[in-house]
Design a binder for this molecule. Structure first.
Ligand SMILES: Cc1cc2nc3c(=O)[nH]c(=O)nc-3n(C[C@H](O)[C@H](O)[C@H](O)COP(=O)(O)OP(=O)(O)OC[C@H]3O[C@@H](n4cnc5c(N)ncnc54)[C@H](O)[C@@H]3O)c2cc1C
Length: 482
């Protein structure tokens, strides 16, 4: 490697930084991992990992990061609507492609979970269905960081990256503000920016690379909640509120994320929860939800950001700094980890990352190839949020139609859960299924309206379809063709 102190500098040790640092180190590269705060994070994000995210961790030999943190295994979802519920179990392993280990990353069984107080190796490794998992974000991140710290080629540094070092339009490293207030420059052939949701460095890719705020989550931590269907994420739909997602994160703690459509959270959060949300939750959750409402509640903005081509030499932006979607479907970590695996695969044949032509070519390929998985997870999250938060008459018809569609079972569940889990990365199939749901909603609407309202039902064919197109196609375009 010519001239540079490190082959790669990774900025941020959140959900993605440690994974990419470990992967690069296991390819034999010298890496500097810079994080502004190495203490265990206390955040309400990144608590549920979809099966495709777990597969990526297997490929990286980092799956044991979910061990010894009292994580809760997840077998799928349960969707509640109007007093009814429908089960959405994760796919059978036999129905999806096997995972592929990355060269140099998998050894000593590090692609398999260990037995611990909450995780059964038998269930995860020998069970017939794919599994997901939920956990306390901070504990999981600490485990990822521990794995990174154990890699001899990774140097971990505490400090805040204040800027990137630019030379004639190319990035050659970072300037770090150290805890003692001094600033230090570090050089690298490739600077990998994964500074997250509120990234300050993403603009280095392009001035216009700015997320768009669309809603908020209000977070509650329920104690000893009586979950109606154990080991599944609960998605609760109601007449006057955006969806509520509830999942157990430890044997005693359960996370409830109540979505709220708007650029600001509600003015009186507790009143909103008491009047608009609580009455529609399954009865068994009422005591723990009411108790949790007494706590200081956290809110978090949800934003959308389409990925851009990484076309600045020496710079790679990944994770939420590159691309964001609605967190309703818990897909963010899976997208970032899927991207990490793909990048590492593309870097396998590049002996030194200072070969800028080879890296640029790999990043061009990355931008095209990542779309399959990422477009599915991103578009699905936005489409489902729009339907589940239904704030118009036509969206409410689509919401009901979607639930009734799931109730048909068989492929009406197996294919959508393939998208949700990330194991069916086929954006055109997603498009086909979305419009199938729209036509099914039209049929349900005909039945609901009855023969007397036939003329109205006929007009509604066009308004419902128009709404479906307006919800889906802009994101299809952004995700696949930009
Ligand atoms: C409310 C909410 C709930 C979510 N729930 C889920 C979920 O259940 N499942 C899921 O898969 N995804 C979820 N997500 C998305 C998920 O949290 C993100 O996709 C994921 O955290 C992105 O990882 P990252 O490494 O890019 O960023 P982050 O995890 O945010 O990590 C960024 C890191 O960079 C550090 N950093 C920032 N700036 C600097 C700097 N200048 N110098 C040094 N270090 C810096 C930060 O301290 C942090 O450690 C959720 C998102 C939201 C908003």
């Amino acid at each position: 490697m010519s001239g540079f102190e490190y082959e790669a500098i990774v900025v941020g040790a959140g959900a993605i930084g440690p994974a990419i640092a470990v992967g690069l180190a296991r390819q034999g590269r010298k890496v500097l991992l810079v994080e502004r705060d190495w203490r265990e994070p206390d955040r309400i994000v990144g608590e549920l990992m979809q099966p495709v995210g777990l597969r990526a961790l297997r490929s990286l030999g980092m799956i044991q990061a979910i061990n010894n943190i009292e994580a809760t295994p997840a077998t799928g979802y349960t969707v509640f609507y109007g007093g009814e519920k429908v089960a959405i179990p994760y796919p059978y392993k036999s129905d999806v492609a096997p995972f592929k280990p990355l060269k140099g990353c998998v050894f000593d069984g590090n692609d398999k979970v260990l037995d611990d107080s909450t995780i059964s190796r038998k269930v995860f490794e020998d069970g017939e269905r794919e599994m997901g998992v939920s956990f306390e974000h901070g504990k999981y991140i600490s485990n990822l960081r521990k794995i990174a710290k154990n890699e001899s080629l990774i140097t971990c540094l505490e400090g805040t990256v204040s800027s990137l070092i630019e030379n004639h339009g190319e990035i050659e490293g970072v300037t770090v503000k150290l805890p003692d207030g001094t600033k230090q420059n570090y050089g690298a052939a490739l600077t990998v920016v994964c500074d997250g949701i509120f990234s300050r460095l993403r603009k280095s890719l392009n001035e216009n690379h700015v997320p768009k705020l669309n809603s908020h989550f209000i977070a509650l931590k329920l104690k000893n909640a009586d979950m109606p269907v154990k080991h599944t994420g609960h998605v609760i739909l109601g007449p006057n509120f955006a969806p509520v997602v509830i999942y157990q994160i430890t044997p005693t703690d359960t996370r409830a994320l109540c979505a709220y459509t708007g650029l600001q959270p509600p003015k009186d959060i507790k009143k909103y929860l008491a009047e608009e949300v609580l009455p529609y939750l399954p009865e068994s959750l009422h005591p723990s939800f009411k108790e949790a409402m007494k706590d200081q509640l956290k809110t978090h903005p949800n934003s959308y950001l389409t990925a851009r081509l990484n076309d600045i030499p020496g710079l790679l932006v990944v994770g939420d700094a590159l691309n964001m979607r609605h967190p309703l479907t818990g897909g963010g970590m899976s997208v970032g980890l899927g991207d990490t695996v793909l990048l590492l695969k593309l870097f396998e044949d590049i002996p030194n990352l200072d070969n800028r032509d080879a890296v640029s070519e790999a990043l061009l390929e990355f931008h095209a190839e990542r779309k399959n998985l990422d477009a599915v997870i991103n578009i699905l999250s936005i489409a489902l949020f729009s339907l589940f938060a239904a704030d118009s008459y036509n969206l409410k018809i689509l919401q009901k139609g979607c639930f009734k569609y799931f109730q048909r079972g068989g492929d009406a569940v197996n294919i959508p859960v393939g998208f949700l889990s990330g194991l069916l990365p086929k954006p055109y199939l997603l498009t086909w299924v979305f419009f199938k749901v729209a036509f099914y909603s039209i049929a349900v609407n005909f039945l609901d309206n009855g023969p007397l309202l036939l003329p109205l039902s006929i007009i509604q064919i066009f308004t419902i379809l128009g709404t479906a197109i307006a919800v889906f196609t802009p994101y299809l375009w952004k995700e696949l063709f930009t």
